[in-house]
Write a protein that binds this ligand. Sequence first.
Ligand code: HFR
Length: 534
Amino acid sequence: MERAHPSAQNLYRLLMGPAAVTPDKPAVVQADENGVLEAISYRRLDLMARDYAAVLDGLGLDVGDRVVVEADTSAPAVAMLLACSVLGLPFIPVSPQTPDTRLRSILRTVEPALHARADGLDHRERAAAVGSARFGLGGLVVEQPPVRKDRRRRDVLATDPAYIIFTSGSTGRPKGVVMSHRAIVTFLRAMLDDGLAGPGDRVASTSPLQFDFALFGIGVALSSGATLVPVRREDLASPRRMIGFLRDAQVTQVHGVPSLWRPVLRHDPDLLAELEHLRSVVFAGEEFPTPELRRLQETLPSARLVNGYGATESMAASFTEVPHPLPAGQERLSIGHAHAGAEMTLVDEHGQVVTEPGLTGEIYLRSPALFTGYWDDPEATDAVLVPDPVEPRLGQRVLRTGDVARLGADGELYFLGRSDYQVQIHGNRVELGEIEGTLTRFPAVTAAAATLVPRAGGHVLVAAVVLDGARTQLDVGEALEFCARELPSYMVPRSIRTVPELPLTTNGKVDRALLTQELAAPRRTPAARQATNA
Ligand code: HFR
């Protein structure tokens, strides 16, 4: 069964390394079906992974054959990822929340040999050629074996794909980010070098498995011999449940997107004092609105907050501790320097490398942990894996991130936004992130999102804001005057709407497409609702 040659980098070997050293240590602590915490040791997790791998191996799958894994993060799900890794079967994690249409689109695109789902999940219709299986603490059960084909490969090599993550693909069809064992192992070893987590940590993972932030938590926790603590969706449903779970599980490090913290900061900030074991919070995915970040610092004085920046195409790029307290005037968070073994370079619109502090440019990432390419999409791959802007003739490829940053005094970067969030208004280039940053400086505003909505043949700039209390009212006139004082006139929103919360994607980021739709629709005031009797 050992197809992965001992010398080749392989995700299974990295994550199960501690099983040989601390076999009885909990690898995973999770809530069982009754919500009672149960611990699965490294030894038991390794046995589960090998048990699953033996079943998979019996199906005659070839290195490179894909396996769709539909699950939330759990010990069986991790065992499934490990079993795929040791056999060289790239896994495609999808969360149970994935709508049938999107799952069907992924299955059609990636043509997996097998669709394996966690116990308890409904059977989803799928193409006949795709085998089906279900897995849990009791084992992996094949319901319909995949179509057998002859094997063309022998060993699993470091360059073989470990997983494929389908991004939401804001533009057009979803793109499959193919990550090799070499890339993800190299990246996780850098995390070990940077000491992000250690054996004494209990790392809470709160993202859906289809988001590589979840794979990050699994990788960082297990490769460092720590304990992974998956947080169920239902345990995130209310601030009381989330804090209660994190407290009872004695979590020391929490991974999550900024929006994870919004409800508790808004409705029940005092609960955070109960997290006496919490030593660090790692956030990633989008900017953390500074008013909320400051509140989090105040309520978690002994935790270090780490701004994790990066894209799925390299898993991540940098981890920067937020200064404690965040200086009063500072609105843009530093994304610092790249993690050990990687480097970020800024390139301006003329293709020149930016070296002068204060200037801005697009972030290019140089790293041995870059993705292999987008599944079945060489054009999209060539658009982002580009020649090294410093010396193209060397033939090295670097990742063009599509993110814009400002160069700091000693080479650290300050995130400004995505280049495709730069919009043109009356011929002026506008950073939506800059408008949002200004709005969060207005008293009582804790989060904001700006967007362009179609109106009267053109587009107008509008904004939505979340206030720091359910009872707070916003004086829109004052807020607009504040923006007019702080921003050039073309960057002042035409209107500002107060919303109880910003709409979120499955991965927990602000759903800008949905927000734009909501803001484009006429305001549904009580009068309007009465008028339409809707
Ligand atoms: C991202 C990328 C996974 C695990 C990313 C750990 C870390 C990071 C990841 C998550 C992600 N401030 N903007 C930030 N893979 Br640490 O979001 N990946 S992604 O491919 O879905 O999206 C884009 O999100 C980046 O290009 C940025 O535009 C944005 N982004 N982190 C940050 C951020 C601001 N910290």
